[in-house]
Design a protein around this ligand. Structure first.
Ligand SMILES: Cc1cc2nc3c(=O)[nH]c(=O)nc-3n(C[C@H](O)[C@H](O)[C@H](O)COP(=O)(O)OP(=O)(O)OC[C@H]3O[C@@H](n4cnc5c(N)ncnc54)[C@H](O)[C@@H]3O)c2cc1C
Length: 376
């Protein structure tokens, strides 16, 4: 049986960037992933400037096919409009849009050249946390053989599937799907992102490569219907928002992602620790999931930097250090995804008034924006 100091299960953006951070500290890391080729994943992410800077420092930021976001306009049904600009928070840009697959590819290219990182192409089938060591069982994708490996520290960054049935998880099914598609509007995009609350569900338009990426959170059935009927999709989209940009055309086949909130109450176990989507999966309405995961990486790697060897007593503090930031983002996102979509007329007007109030209170607006960009 093989033993490694640190095993990371999951080579998504969170797992790979943690591996690169730990390798910088001279630590030997084994990453196990079952699907490193992400080309079929059509997600385009909005990443805060702090996340972009972190990935750039690891040389894991793709050089092209990224678009700067300089302004976010939040509106509700003509009742209120609020704008957050990069200038107002004293930054060059608020963030960037980038393909999920390009971020993974850029990080993988660095991992492939790093002598401290071993990559195993395998599906992990079970994990076991023990006082002396943690154990994983995996099925090697090349040899199809079952293997067992132990570690001083096991880090789960596999997106939350392995401990899906763990009872101590907070779960909320939004009964929505995010319908994602690239669109072109008659009015070209100028680095502005739009968040629209009203109509069928929260609608986000992200500037990307001269066009937009639509992330529209809709009731599941409606999302599937509109995915299958592109004419109706454009008609409804124009009616709800894009007419004001001169009308929209589809540039890609729409895809759908089911939406759930999943939050673990505990990230640190005996020799196992949960980060990124393994610790929390949030609604994409405020584009925060990976930003939050990359902040998990930065905090965990700074804890582990204190010692050359893995000292298990050091990691107990991780939960405490991540609680506030994660809770703030999760609560904020959950309110946006649920309460702001209420069909109640009174709530609708309060919401419009709230957005107007936000636009009249730049310090509050800047606080919210900076918290989302840099964490709490
Ligand atoms: C529609 C949509 C839009 C989004 N938009 C944004 C956005 O604008 N901004 C933002 O910050 N976030 C956004 N997110 C969230 C973001 O995509 C996630 O937070 C991020 O991908 C989490 O990264 P991760 O590395 O933790 O997990 P993942 O990206 O899920 O990676 C997990 C990895 O683990 C591997 N794996 C899984 N199970 C196993 C196993 N059993 N054995 C071995 N390997 C395994 C997988 O192959 C994968 O490589 C969005 C999400 C969705 C669905």
């Amino acid at each position: 049986m093989m033993h490694c100091p640190i095993i990371i299960v999951g080579g998504g953006p969170v797992g790979l960037s943690l591996a690169l951070e730990l390798a910088k500290q001279g630590k030997n890391v084994t990453v196990v992933d079952q699907g490193l080729d992400k080309r079929s994943d059509g997600r385009v992410l909005a990443l805060a400037i702090s996340s972009q800077q972190f990935l750039a420092k690891l040389n894991a930021w793709p050089d092209d096919q990224v678009t700067a976001i300089d302004c976010v306009e939040i509106s509700h049904h003509g009742l209120g409009i609020s704008q957050i600009t990069a200038e107002s928070v004293e930054l060059d840009h608020l963030g960037y849009t980038v393909r999920y697959s390009d971020v993974c590819q850029a990080a993988l290219a660095q991992v492939g050249q790093n002598k401290h990182i071993r990559l195993i192409n395998a599906e992990v089938t079970s994990v076991n946390d023990g006082a002396e060591y943690a154990t994983i069982c995996y099925c090697d994708s090349d040899t199809r053989s079952e293997q067992i490996m132990t570690a001083d520290l096991l880090i789960l960054a596999e997106g939350g599937k392995l401990l899906n049935d763990y009872p101590k998880k907070i779960k909320h099914d939004y009964q929505q799907m995010a319908l994602v598609a690239e669109i072109k509007t008659a009015k070209p995009n100028d680095g502005k992102a739009y968040e629209r609350f009203a109509g069928s569900g929260p609608l986000v338009l992200l500037p990307f490569n001269g066009n937009f990426v639509l992330v529209w959170s809709l009731p599941t059935e409606q999302a599937q219907q509109l995915k299958a009927d592109e004419l109706s999709l454009i008609k409804q989209l124009d009616g709800e928002f894009t007419n004001r940009l001169g009308g929209a055309k589809l540039l890609s086949k729409p895809i759908c992602f089911p939406l759930k909130l999943i939050q673990t109450k505990k990230r640190v176990f005996k020799r196992m620790i949960l980060i990124g989507n393994s610790a929390q999966i949030v609604h994409p309405v405020s584009a925060q999931g990976l930003n939050l995961g990359l902040r998990d990486v930065q905090v965990l790697s700074s804890i582990l930097a204190k010692n050359n060897k893995v000292e298990i007593t050091d990691i107990a503090i991780f939960d405490k250090l991540r609680d506030k930031d994660a809770a703030a983002v999760i609560n904020f996102t959950h309110v946006l995804a649920t309460k702001l979509e209420s069909k109640n007329k009174i709530i609708e007007h309060l919401r419009g008034a709230g957005i107007i109030a936000l636009s009249n209170m730049p310090p509050v607006q800047n606080f919210v924006a900076r918290s989302l960009i840099f964490g709490i």
